[in-house]
Design a protein around this ligand. Sequence first.
Ligand SMILES: Cc1cc2nc3c(=O)[nH]c(=O)nc-3n(C[C@H](O)[C@H](O)[C@H](O)COP(=O)(O)OP(=O)(O)OC[C@H]3O[C@@H](n4cnc5c(N)ncnc54)[C@H](O)[C@@H]3O)c2cc1C
Length: 342
Amino acid sequence: MDAPLAPLTTLRLGGPARRLVTAGTDAEVVAAVRAADAAGEPLLVLGGGSNLVIGDAGFPGTVLRIATEGFALDGTLLELAAGEVWSDAVARTVAAGLAGLEFLAGIPGSAGATPVQNVGAYGQEVAESITEVVAYDRLLGESVTLANADCAFSYRHSRFKADPDRYVVLRVRFRLADEGGLSSPVKYAEVARAMGVEPEQRVKLGDAHAEVLRLRAGKGMVLDAADHDTWSAGSFFTNPVLTDAQFAAFTARLGDLRAPAYPAGEGLTKTSAAWLIDNAGFRKGHGSGPATLSTKHTLALTNRGSATTEDLLALAREVRDGVRAAFGVELVNEPVMVGVSL
Ligand SMILES: Cc1cc2nc3c(=O)[nH]c(=O)nc-3n(C[C@H](O)[C@H](O)[C@H](O)COP(=O)(O)OP(=O)(O)OC[C@H]3O[C@@H](n4cnc5c(N)ncnc54)[C@H](O)[C@@H]3O)c2cc1C
């Protein structure tokens, strides 16, 4: 049986799967993984399909769609089943008066995928509030509980992303904070400006949540089926993290231009992928084919309706190569590639 995958991704791209299994309980997830592994069948775990670029040839194995449910709040401790819709769960924590996830509003996809690339936005990332991840370990053939320190979280990365064929996330546990109805400190300058506060100040939780949704919608970063600018995988490239030597070489090429630069740990500087793309001459809406940059955000590559994955990858390569030629910086894709590479 061939099952279409494109409708299960936010890019609406990719060929069919040989087999599609939907699991509604943890036991069904584990049984499906065990069955695929026992048969030596390739396995692709699918949440909301919002961070996946699936090749036009599709997937020659089992695609396991995680549809488990569970939102359990005990004081400030939250446990989410992997299949919970992330943005709904965030809204519920805000409604419950708890801080910790409010700046992660509106991010598409499932709760179980959030530890995979340490989902983050507007100065917050899940690594700050995750206490434990319960996962099925395909190597050991049993469920394991990994403490935060064992998840190797870093910028848009984790142990789960580093070792994609080993863990299937079943549950994610968080410690949130009761700040008397206030948010975590505002970290992101754009949010602080928009809310008329100084960075590090706290604001009303509900206001922080609403402001993030407003800012995201303005950039096409909240899903809207009627708006092709949101037929994307979010940011297509991660922000480059440069060593001191790389950063010196980069700034030497800039002339009068000044690029954003943020400290990213000892001897490392993070710059902005969106800035690089824009200043390499790729403006919002760039491209004449069925795949173009979003008209609202240079960092999102979008399907205007009739694109193939190859169209999208051709655009991604054009942007990556253009940025390399202009600035000597190598952009790296953020979404997970299935059966294709840049
Ligand atoms: C409009 C838009 C805006 C976005 N904005 C942001 C943003 O602000 N910040 C950000 O960090 N990301 C953002 N993203 C990317 C994406 O939403 C996140 O990475 C999200 O966590 C992906 O969840 P998903 O369920 O859709 O994962 P999928 O796309 O289904 O899968 C992504 C990867 O995770 C794996 N995976 C999924 N579920 C599990 C599981 N239970 N166990 C093990 N592996 C699993 C898959 O195999 C795959 O490798 C955005 C995407 C879009 C389309």
